[in-house]
Design a protein around this ligand. Structure first.
Ligand code: J2J
Length: 544
């Protein structure tokens, strides 16, 4: 059995009754499921365009109808309530249709990122005992059908591979059995709607169970903070399976208010700027490395970006100097977002003063988000000092899916999620992210904060991007390795010059990099953050 008698998935920690009552009473949690939300949007916004992908334009009514048809087809294949289905689709209309079809069937999509490959997909499919795997035929020069054949051979629970496009030996999404018109299952708003992938860079990625009502709240409250209305056009640049473009406010928040969502096949400015002009895009979300590309490209690109009103940036720390370039370069407001697929979202507000917008990562979305900033012993630190962020609240999970052992360490007994992020809280409630608990390099007994050194390296005019990692070293235990990308046309600073530069900035001598490596491009994760794990592997293999 995949679900318990109550229709709930096994291996999920739900909120205790008193908090359920509180979140319901506060109006955060409503009697709503995501599948039904689409039905009310279709009733309200009907023929307005909901999704634009390439040449396809789907109205709310069409999306609603296609979700029903696809749900019926998937049911006819044998996909049942509680079944897990790995969805591995890029930013396309099919993603949206399949997502809502599964939600309506009470089947649970596992939302893989396009960049994931065999190791990750097999891990998700096996961990979730997935019964089906939904893929594009080819994407980004990669044949997903070959990968699917390998995954199907390795994961016994997998019964169906469904292909958006040319199916090869598998089932075409466009040719699912017709299905019947029997009523769709009743779905409980407290049940798991989706399994998101954790962005954590240690160990194997975890699956994050988000329920209908907590995720609906996540999207609705985020739309409110961004003041989204039916006049907005949201450009999905980041991979849509990621929490940020999916629900913060992203796809779900935009549709909630009747706004239009435009799918960008890639996030690079050459493609995205064209879409901004053609579709009169008003809002989008980027990770910092992309924000830098956009800001740089805006200096010479002549396309019309006058419709853009808000650029959200999150996923990793945004350099303050870059933050201050956003408005002059792109002509829109910046919003910093410090979020996590596990839940908690912090946003700078549209009416925050410039210094808070440029210099902080925002404050919590919900009045019922509970935050603690603690020291190594779990005691609250003095106001304004750096500590680890712990949180619980109406849209923060209480445990990863099927991960009891890991959960015992990742959550406190009273249900706070230990984020692993080091933050400082200002009197306004805004947070400044100061690094990760584990992002500290132990150099001969001295703690070197990777993020602090990165910030100082970035201040050097010749350095466009920087990542600092520790590598085993006979003399100092862990050596401090700085890997940098040079600004275009710049010469690499000589080690002596760099040390003088850092000394000038008042940095302690033990923070100076032991090794400086210049690289063309830093490795990125599936959503586009700097991938330190891959970087360390490369450095150890002598490839960087
Ligand atoms: C520093 N670190 C940040 C920020 C996330 C919106 C935005 C981002 C994510 C996300 C998300 C950061 N400054 N502004 O889901 O809805 C790091 C933290 C955090 C981890 C979460 C959203 N914004 N981070 O990035 O689950 O370390 O979610 O714990 O992928 O990214 O990663 P992820």
């Amino acid at each position: 059995m995949s679900s318990t008698d109550s229709g709930r998935l096994d291996g999920v920690e739900y909120w205790p009754d008193e908090l359920v009552a509180r979140y319901v009473a506060a109006g955060h949690w409503r009697d709503e499921t995501l599948g039904e939300r689409l039905r009310s949007w279709a009733a309200r916004y009907g023929n307005a365009t909901a999704v634009v992908a390439g040449e396809q334009r789907l109205s709310f009514a069409e999306l609603d109808r296609r979700a029903d048809e696809t749900a019926a087809g998937l049911r006819a294949l044998g996909i049942a309530p509680g079944d897990r289905v790995v969805v591995h689709l890029p930013n396309t209309a099919e993603f949206v249709v399949v997502l809502f079809a599964l939600l309506r069937l009470a089947a649970v999509p596992v939302l893989a990122l396009p960049a994931h490959r065999r190791t990750e997909i097999e891990h998700f499919a096996a961990l979730a005992d997935a019964v089906a795997y939904v893929i594009p035929d080819r994407h980004d020069g990669f044949d997903h059908r070959e990968l699917a054949a390998q995954v199907a051979a390795a994961v016994p629970s997998l019964r169906h591979v469904i292909v958006a496009g040319e199916p090869g030996p598998f089932t075409a999404l466009a040719a699912l059995p017709a299905g019947d018109s029997a009523p769709l299952p009743t779905v409980d708003p407290g049940d798991v709607a989706v399994l998101l992938i954790s962005g954590g860079t240690t160990g194997k990625p975890k699956l994050i169970p988000r329920t209908h009502r907590d995720y609906a709240y996540n999207a609705r409250a985020s739309a409110e903070v961004c003041a989204l209305t039916a006049d907005d056009v949201y450009l999905a640049c980041l991979p849509i399976a990621h929490n940020f473009p999916l629900a913060c406010p992203g796809l779900l928040g935009a549709l909630e208010v009747g706004a239009r969502v435009v799918m960008a096949p890639v996030p690079s400015p050459d493609v995205a700027f064209g879409l901004v002009e053609r579709e009169r895009v008003t809002v989008t979300a980027l990770v910092p490395p992309l924000a830098r590309l956009w800001v740089d490209a805006a200096e010479w690109d002549t396309s019309d970006r006058s419709s853009l009103r808000l650029l959200q940036v999150g996923g990793a720390k945004l350099d303050e100097v870059l933050a201050r370039r956003v408005r002059p370069a792109l002509g829109c407001a910046l919003q910093q977002v410090f979020g996590m697929a596990e839940g908690l979202l912090n946003y700078t507000r549209l009416d925050d003063p410039e210094d808070l917008v440029a210099g902080t990562q925002g404050r919590p979305l919900s009045p019922d988000d509970e935050l603690r900033v603690v020291d190594r012993d779990g005691a609250d630190v003095a106001a304004g000092t750096v500590g680890e962020l712990w949180t619980r609240g109406p849209y923060t999970i209480r445990g990863y899916y099927r991960a009891a052992e890991h959960n015992a360490g990742a959550f406190t007994p009273d249900g706070f999620y230990r984020t692993g992020d080091l933050v400082r809280r200002l009197p306004t409630g805004h947070l400044v992210v100061e690094g990760r608990v584990k992002d500290v390099i132990n150099r001969g007994g001295e703690n070197v904060s990777a993020s602090a050194l990165e910030e100082n390296l970035l201040a050097h005019p010749a350095i466009a991007a920087a990542a600092v990692v520790g590598l085993p070293d006979e003399n100092v235990g862990e050596a401090v390795c700085a890997v940098v990308v040079l600004a275009s046309g710049a010469q690499a600073p000589k080690p002596r010059q760099l040390r003088a530069f850092l000394a000038e900035r008042g940095l302690a001598r033990f923070m100076y990099p032991d090794r400086l490596t210049v690289i063309d491009r830093l490795p990125l994760t599936g959503v586009g953050k700097i991938d330190k794990r891959a970087l360390v592997q490369r450095l150890r293999a002598g490839q960087a």
